[in-house]
Design a protein around this ligand. Sequence first.
Ligand code: DGL
Length: 269
Amino acid sequence: MESNLPVGIFDSGIGGLTVAKAIHDILPSESLLYFGDTAHLPYGDKSPELLQKYALEIVEFLLQKKVKAVVIACNTASAVAYDFLKQKYPDLILFEVIQPAVQEAIQYTKNQRIGVIGTKTTIFSHIYLKKILDLLPTAFVIEKATPLLVPMIEEGWIRDKVSKEIIEAYLSDTGFLHIDTLILGCTHYPLIRTEVEHYFEVNALQKVHVVDSAIAVSKKVRDFFSKSNLHSNKLKGNLTFFVTDLTPSFQDTANLFFGQNITLQKIQL
Ligand code: DGL
């Protein structure tokens, strides 16, 4: 395996940029090849079968471009397509975002009450519930689908009146009253992390630790590359971006995240 090859990363839209940025921050010498499937956004209310088809096409594309590993930077695709992809490509180094977030939540929780928010497809798969109970069978898990958050974030409605009200409407569910850990089970949500934290600072009965899967998976990638001698020895990695539809919000967010003018290449699979 050529360690200077890029790492492929994919999501439906800007959410996976939170993962790409976290990997770039922690591993700046790695080249990243990002694929944003913006033409099919949102993933969060699509069927597992359709999402598996999209994931397969994207991984094929990334493999043709020659990547050394693939990160599914999307909870929805991780929930319904990780096992499927692993079966299709048993030798591929493949990361998903759910297990790393679960492990971090388990480490943090003291009262064993953990909240999870995510898209409908992620939440209704109950993958978080299963994975948390596998590691901590006595945990109490409250899962809530929060489908308006992805379009809100893609629309750029962050830190304003609209986002405050929508976040409040979801998090005021009494089930969240006693949690001490909340998993942001969608890679779009780190963009509203401070608002979520603020909500709990004002309203929660105890301190709530917020787990962000972007940071959790970037540590997993780093540790795996160290263990397998797969770190790039370049001084600085290249950043390449492909999207299936050019959207202003993707362009703005990519520029903002990486502090430079990012060139987006439009591609049809
Ligand atoms: N960012 C994705 C996730 O983590 C998908 C959001 C969407 O396209 O609905 O679930």
